[in-house]
Design a protein around this ligand. Structure first.
Ligand SMILES: C[S@@+](CC[C@H](N)C(=O)[O-])C[C@H]1O[C@@H](n2cnc3c(N)ncnc32)[C@H](O)[C@@H]1O
Length: 253
């Protein structure tokens, strides 16, 4: 992988990211190594993960303003959504949430839109860079900016990071949505998601993450699963909420 920047305006930003990720910085696409399968590309508008080659899919990037997230923001159903019930949002109460598997930030953004303060934790520095860029662009839209104010991002492995929290920092809710084999099958359908899966792999250490989450949360741990899949190995959930394709396994503390 390399950082590709065609636009001189973003050169210093690209340089800093290449240094942070230990990747080569390339300005001319013809200088890319033939074995390079994907690039983190700075376009004039955004940072995107772009696969290379004749069969390449479209890019992966974070967009909180338009596209699917924009649609969900306008028509998502507010506090009647299952995820709102799963994390325990009630009239006059919005939990403080740690999203231990932030990914492209969609679930965190939905929770922040519902009023929660969400600390996102993501262990892939590449995914975190995409997320940071999406937050930066979102800040240019007045409505989205007020939601992004409730989001913060830490690049770390949540299995260890959660155990370093001081008593006063422990969140009400820890939200966990690991990459799952069934999720991968579904992801194959959408080429862009296949690219994301290739990048982060399978989160086969989810049982360890659940243990850390159970030790760190004050009120509950909420695990998002495909509806028909098995629970994460470990204690049984106290409550299960099923949607059309998704299920929430809830561990009360
Ligand atoms: C299925 S995706 C999450 C998608 C996310 N809920 C969303 O709405 O965009 C799983 C993400 O969690 C991250 N992840 C998995 N285990 C983690 C851990 N122990 N600590 C931090 N991040 C983790 C992976 O790198 C991946 O980006």
């Amino acid at each position: 992988m390399a950082v590709l920047v065609g636009d001189a305006i973003r050169l210093s930003e690209a340089d800093a990211l290449a240094l942070e990720l230990g990747l080569p910085l390339v300005q001319d696409p013809s200088a890319l190594s033939p074995s390079c399968e994907r690039v983190l590309q700075f376009t004039p508008e955004r940072l995107q993960l772009q696969p290379l080659g004749p069969q390449a899919s479209g890019p992966v990037y974070v967009d909180f303003v338009d596209g699917a997230m924009g649609h969900r923001r306008r028509y998502g159903g507010g506090r009647s959504q299952l995820v709102a019930k799963a994390v325990g949002i009630k009239k006059g109460f919005c939990p403080r949430v740690v999203d231990a598997t932030a990914g492209l930030g969609r679930d965190s953004f939905i929770l922040a839109q519902l009023g929660c303060h969400v600390q996102m934790v993501e262990r892939s520095p590449v995914v975190a860079a995409l997320l940071r860029d999406g937050m930066r662009r979102g800040q240019c839209d007045d409505e989205v900016a007020t939601i992004i104010e409730r989001l913060s991002l830490t690049v770390a492995d949540a299995r260890q990071w959660l155990l370093t929290l001081a008593e006063s920092e422990r969140p009400d809710v820890i939200y966990v949505d690991p990459m799952h084999p069934e999720r991968i099958k579904a992801a194959e359908v959408k080429k862009e998601m296949r690219l994301f899966r290739e990048l982060v792999g399978l989160d086969s250490d989810d049982a360890e993450l659940l243990q850390s989450a159970l030790a760190a949360a004050r009120k509950r741990v909420v695990v998002k699963r495909p509806r028909k899949s098995e629970t994460i190995a470990g204690p049984k959930p106290n409550l299960i909420m099923e949607g059309k394709s998704t299920r929430f396994d809830i561990y009360l503390l």
